[in-house]
Design a binder for this molecule. Structure first.
Ligand code: ATP
Ligand code: MG
Length: 310
């Protein structure tokens, strides 16, 4: 039988990237998997403290994340929805896994490098915030805790966005390596740890509205960079209106040359994939449209869907 596990950090209200890349997929799986499939969705509060948090704020965010998961359609009657910190075995398995996890492999993970650049993560005492001295052990070993989250439930499938692909591959290899060391003879039968597979949503990487070469993130300090699932029509319009595009005339799809415009096209396409066969096709339909008109169309589509679906 399939076991599905995924997590989200209580670091703010979910945005369109979380929704299209993860939460909507979780709800679809919940509603479409057959009865025998087990589903686990965790609010991963232990991951949230890998960067500095305010205790009151974090408590609030935990509750808001639980409410958000219900809002997108997850149901405690079908899925196990829980706070990571209420199951101490996540931390216990993490320690065991840490004893076989490679520092070299961890140092190649790109996410901790991007989190190091966040303002509340730099120490005024450290002249080189990206240096080893400022790097916190928890932020560095985060993927080991994530592997423990997944492996604990003998998870077979993990629905996540593209930014987590590297961590998932790490979890797989950690499981395979652990089995090799501690159960080398259990070939094929019942593995000690189950190497999980990734399920990636078609909308695997929604980009920031203000810096479309970066992914949309809860922890981005610029609030205009993301649309929250709770934003009202006016706020959505304002944020899309200010989205960074370019000075090329008309609409065309080219993620390299026109990241801002392509992100907007992707938003419409992924909100409702029945509108066209691909983002490229959709862009052709919009040929000759002004960027202003494109933005209006994006705001309208986004508004309609998040208010129908959440
Ligand atoms: P933070 O900035 O605190 O890391 P986040 O926005 O990256 O927040 P997470 O809680 O780390 O969100 O991730 C939850 C899920 O959302 C993961 O499956 C992740 O892959 C997915 N996700 C996050 N951002 C995006 C994005 N921009 N596009 C698609 N999927 C995303
Ligand atoms: Mg993240």
């Amino acid at each position: 039988p399939r076991v599905i596990f995924s997590g989200i950090q209580p670091t703010g209200i979910p945005h369109l990237g979380n929704y299209l890349g993860a939460l909507r997929l979780w709800a679809t799986l919940q509603n479409e998997e057959d009865e025998q499939t087990e589903l686990f969705f965790s609010i991963v509060d232990l991951h949230a403290i890998t960067i500095k948090q305010n205790a009151k704020q974090l408590q609030q965010w935990r509750k808001e994340m639980l409410a958000s998961l219900y809002a997108v359609g997850l149901s405690p009657e079908r899925s196990t929805i829980f706070y990571q910190s209420s199951v101490p075995q996540h931390s216990e398995l993490m320690w065991i896994l840490s004893c076989t996890a490679s520092m070299g492999y961890l140092s190649r993970m790109t996410q901790w490098k991007s989190k190091l650049a966040l303002p509340n993560n730099t120490s005024p005492l450290d002249p080189s915030p990206t240096g080893k001295a400022a790097l916190k052990l928890g932020l560095f070993s985060y993927p080991v805790l994530q592997a423990a989250d997944i492996l604990l439930y003998r998870t077979t499938h993990v629905p996540v966005g593209e930014d987590q692909a590297q961590h998932l591959e790490f979890a797989r290899e950690l499981a395979i390596g652990f089995n090799h060391v501690y159960a080398p003879n259990s070939k094929g039968n019942v593995p000690l740890l189950v190497p999980p597979q990734i399920i990636m949503s078609p909308a695997k990487r929604v980009m920031s509205l203000t810096n479309p070469t970066k992914k949309m993130s809860k922890s981005d300090t610029d609030e205009k960079s993301r649309i929250l699932i709770t934003d009202n029509e006016n706020v959505i319009k304002k944020k899309i209106n200010r989205a960074l595009t370019d000075s090329i005339e008309g609409v065309s799809y080219d993620r390299e040359a026109r990241p801002g415009v392509s992100n907007l096209i992707n938003l419409i396409y992924h909100m409702d994939e029945s509108v066209a066969s691909s983002p490229e096709e959709l862009a052709k339909e919009f040929d000759g449209m002004s960027l202003k008109a494109l933005k209006e169309k994006v705001a309208e589509t986004v508004e309609m869907h998040i208010h129908d679906e959440t």
